[in-house]
Design a binder for this molecule. Sequence first.
Ligand SMILES: Cc1cc2nc3c(=O)[nH]c(=O)nc-3n(C[C@H](O)[C@H](O)[C@H](O)COP(=O)(O)OP(=O)(O)OC[C@H]3O[C@@H](n4cnc5c(N)ncnc54)[C@H](O)[C@@H]3O)c2cc1C
Length: 602
Amino acid sequence: TLLNLQTSADIGKKLINGNQFDYIIVGGGTAGLTLARRLSENSRTNVLVLEAGRSGVNDPLVTVPQKSFSFIATDIDWLYNTAPQVHANNQGINLSQGKILGGDSAVNGLVWCRPYRTDWDDFEKLGNPGWNWKNMYAAARKSEKVNSPQPQFAREYGYGVNPASHGSSGPVETSFPPFIPLQELKFINASLELGHDFNKDPYAGDNVGVWFGLSSQTSKNARETSEFAYLDPALHRPNLIVCSYALVTKLNVSNGPRDIVQSTGVQVRFPDGSTVTAKTNNGGEVVMTAGSVRTPQLLELSGIGNKDILQKHNVPVKVDLPGVGENYEDQTLTILTYKLKPGFLSFDALGYNQTLAAEQQLLYDTKRLGWLTFAQGVLNFAPAQTVLNKADLQTAQQLLKRKPASISQDAFDAIKDKVFSGVPQAEYILFNSFSGGPSKEPNTSYVSLAVTHLHPLARGSIHINTTSIDDHPIINPNVLDSDWDTWFLAKATAYGRKFFETSAFKEIFEPAEVFPGLQTQTQADWVDFIKKNVNLGYHSVGTASLLPRNKNGVVDANLKVYGTSNIRVADASVMPLLVSAHTQTTAYAIAERAAQLIQSSH
Ligand SMILES: Cc1cc2nc3c(=O)[nH]c(=O)nc-3n(C[C@H](O)[C@H](O)[C@H](O)COP(=O)(O)OP(=O)(O)OC[C@H]3O[C@@H](n4cnc5c(N)ncnc54)[C@H](O)[C@@H]3O)c2cc1C
């Protein structure tokens, strides 16, 4: 049952009050709905999902791939901003996230990619038995159903899948769009000119090089979200209740034997302001999947966290767990913008050419073809050895001798290993529109190259600011709080310009760089540029880390919150270290694995 608490508050209250649940899932996002489907497969259990946002069904903001970032500042955006970043000109940085069933899977860029093999092995090395490539790859494949491209488009664009590297019967359909903009194809040529390899099989543990990325979209070219893929086919189950517009304000936590606390349920606030308690039954569990911003906030509001922070806010301490909200990291991202030569168009044209926009809308509505089927296409994952020259690599050796205070020795060592063993450090991806720069000219098509530092060293935190769920926690990723992070992002961004110096790109782009502009030349110029213009990669992780308790962990290898008997976390916040990839596949895999761990423990 999917219950909208805005329109059916009374029924919602009856259902919640009149039941006790085996599993209360807090947050119906990417991981939450994956778990909802899996845990309700056992018809003897009853499952309640509480999601603050609404459904995404039939909403073009969600379903149309090309509109992927249009959710920003709408009703389905949590509208987060970071605290002022002291190493980035004191700016607050946007961190929009999905407030909707499906969570970030309903608003993200649809990029479907898997990490490098050792990224997942590193989870295990940090002290988490079983959290390795082999098990995560199996879990990731379980979530996926890859579609082979239609032959005519495979011939036209040259993309294809190796079915052996993918899941074939999971809920989330993944596909290549039937339209790839010319500039994306040129991006492949430009990468080859620079000596990068074309990777034909990037989904089986080696994602280095340039390649066609699949999108989380169906064969009918509509976005897949965890709502459409996991939840909808399971909604008929009598043992599954999903509430939209259900804001969880805190967990009820009571003392148990041997200092182990237990959650008896959670408090839910309805849109009309009334509250009820959803109760766990004897042996029931609360599974936190509210995402890396809200999961630590809710734990702290419920008395689980660093006792100093809790006491400062007069929250009674249930479990003193200093790792909650710590170890926060996100990738950092910069943007270079270029203008297309006359005659070449990007998605900017949909804004200034109404005839074209109407044609493309019709093509999408009637045939599910054309520009609107495309979100992102070509990805380029580059190791440090590609981005840096010999002298730079020596500087890298020097810079990576110094461990910033905020990162653990184990994580620092793991990242150093990644840098020197060829694991991707930079990602290049084209945004097919104007995505950065002071101003754009009318009737002009631009393209932006996004440059991402995949493994920054800086660690920040997300902690409560007040005792109300209505106030955002203080989100501090501490961007560029390490010489290496600043130096490498500047180098990687400067390298990005090289793509535009290739003959492939010169054919279609005007030579003058629009943003930052060719006056930016020296390393000092680039550092200045990134400090003023750094963004986040929207891949926040780590705030409820899967790590041993004495290493500032929040959950153990079974995803159980330390010091509790029945609270788990199963979303992106448990990732102890970022991966060389976008994070939705890892979030799905964590949830698939969580379902197995939970089922086998009962
Ligand atoms: C703008 C953007 C673009 C991205 N692009 C990509 C991409 O192209 N490819 C990729 O692989 N990854 C991408 N990501 C990252 C990826 O989507 C996320 O890492 C992943 O989906 C996170 O899953 P999650 O389950 O941890 O959290 P979410 O999916 O965010 O789920 C959390 C859910 O909890 C709900 N919630 C929060 N608080 C409460 C509360 N108090 N009560 C009730 N419900 C609550 C939220 O509304 C949300 O539905 C992107 C992310 C964003 C934000």
